[in-house]
Design a protein around this ligand. Structure first.
Ligand code: GDP
Ligand code: IMO
Ligand code: MG
Length: 431
């Protein structure tokens, strides 16, 4: 019997690579789009017909009536944000309920998880992670600590008791951080009210045993695309720890986050920006804290889709990308936002790091500024507008060279190049 494989699309840098845009573009080739980890810390932007849409927990296939969208067991759901997202999509006449199924095993973000996130960050002072404060870390902590609440629990008669117990535990934990003014009782009451109404919305949706749903779909010949959130350098195991998120953002996370066996994985599509960005704290070897970085930020509109924070910008980092390709087993690459580099006559590409006096081409244990210094190769920029391009044959020679340089360094083909935020600004190199 032939069973279909699941393709995975995931970010190779520190998130915000353009996953939402590309999943939307690729959706017509699939039957199911499945989110496998993360939660409302993600912000995935899609643009078409002159309108911009930002999704947080809902998979990026939702605008197509031809596919089902699945929220996997590896995702953490905040019912408040989820209900808001659904209401926003309904206003746009998107039939969310009819196009989405949710895993019974996905964990729930409680209001007190968000408070715990705040307390934890406040207690760290200048060493804070720069979390989105959506309660992601505390929720995954309860998952691995075996205390969490899952979607399935919302349907349980004991739900209120379980909720009250966990809340009481969280409030005690918050005291332990020793930071004051984390919340007021009034605020918590309001948060809980919104939570309970979000829970009611969630209970009305199509809740399934998603591992069975997906494996059956694969047997039935359905085509599945797993959509990642965040990026490989934010992975809990392989990212720039502790400045990471709390889930496995890498390809292996799609197996645990969906219940799909490794032997059922097909293409691993790694997506990266033609440069680098990072939002929040943590090391960033190629960061440009100067006017070049500022120009990238303005041209690329590098402000967070979830928090609005300015994203830190820098040159492309090949040692980091090589590492991400290795960990994920990337089979094809997609390069985003090439148009943003059009301002520059010359571009720098970080090909190696200087580490303990030696030139290396891999990512060492610690990439703090006192440990690694980037070594750059200067290349000529294309220095012309790319946003109107629709075919590879129209590429300026310098862009083709930039692509070849990266392909040679990473030994993986770049199959798609994106030259603007709109669906139409996507150039397929396979045809
Ligand atoms: P995601 O989290 O990976 O889905 O990415 P985000 O949506 O957070 O951030 C990517 C941003 O870049 C969004 O504002 C997109 O609209 C925009 N974008 C995506 N692709 C391109 C591109 O090729 N060029 C430009 N200029 N913007 C792009
Ligand atoms: P998408 O899916 C970029 C960053 C935060 C912070 C760290 C931990 O849109 O690419 P968390 O809220 O998880 O505790 O934050 O991870 N971060 C992201 N950065 N894109 C994201 O998602 C991110 N999700 C979390 O800024 O540094
Ligand atoms: Mg984003």
């Amino acid at each position: 019997m032939i069973v279909n494989k699941t393709d995975i699309l995931l970010g190779l840098q520190w998130g915000d690579e353009g996953k939402g845009k590309l999943v939307d573009v690729l959706t017509p080739q699939y039957d199911i789009i499945a989110r496998f980890q993360g939660g409302p810390n993600a912000g995935h932007t899609l643009e078409f017909e002159g309108t911009k849409h930002v999704l947080h927990t809902i998979p990026s296939g939702i605008f197509h009536s031809t596919v089902m969208n699945l929220v996997g067991n590896g995702v953490v759901i905040d019912p408040v944000i989820f209900a808001k997202e659904i209401a926003g999509l309904r206003e746009k006449n998107v039939d969310v309920a009819g196009r989405m199924v949710i895993s019974r095993k996905a964990h729930i973000i409680l209001p007190t998880h968000r408070l715990l996130d705040r307390a934890s960050e406040a207690s760290k002072g200048s060493g804070k992670i720069g979390s989105t404060l959506k309660g992601i870390g505390p929720c995954y902590m309860d998952k691995t600590g075996r205390n969490g609440m899952r979607v399935g629990d919302l349907l349980d008669e004991q739900f209120q008791e379980k909720y009250a117990l966990l809340k009481a535990k969280h409030l005690q934990l918050i005291q332990g951080f020793g930071v004051s003014d984390i919340y007021t009782d009034n605020e918590l009451n309001e948060m809980e009210e919104a939570f309970m109404s979000g829970v009611n919305v969630l209970k009305g949706l199509h809740i399934v045993d998603s591992e069975h749903y997906l494996n059956q779909a694969l047997k039935d010949g359905k085509r599945v695309l797993a959509e990642g959130a965040q990026g490989s350098l934010l992975d809990i195991d392989f990212g720039s720890y502790p400045f990471v998120t709390s889930s496995n953002t890498i390809a292996a996370g799609a197996c645990t986050g969906l219940g799909i066996a490794p032997s059922r994985v097909g293409e691993v599509i790694g997506i990266f920006k033609a440069y680098c960005t990072r939002v929040g704290s943590g090391p960033f070897p190629t960061e440009l804290e100067n006017e070049i970085g500022e120009q990238m930020r303005q041209t690329g509109r590098e402000f967070g889709s979830t928090t609005g924070r300015a994203r830190r910008c820098g040159w492309l980092d090949l040692p980091a990308l090589r590492y991400a390709c290795m960990i994920n087993g990337v089979t094809q690459l997609i390069m985003m936002k090439a148009d943003v580099l059009s301002d520059f006559e010359q571009l720098e590409i970080c090909t190696h790091y200087l580490f303990e006096g030696k030139k290396i081409d891999y990512l060492p244990y610690d990439i703090a500024p006192d440990k690694v210094q980037p070594i750059y190769q200067t290349v000529k920029g294309w220095h012309c507008d790319l946003t109107q391009l629709r075919k590879e044959s129209e590429f300026p020679a310098e862009l083709s060279s930039y692509i070849t340089f990266i392909e040679n360094a990473l030994e993986v083909p770049i199959t798609v190049v994106s030259v603007g935020p709109d669906r139409m600004q996507t150039i397929d190199r396979k045809v």
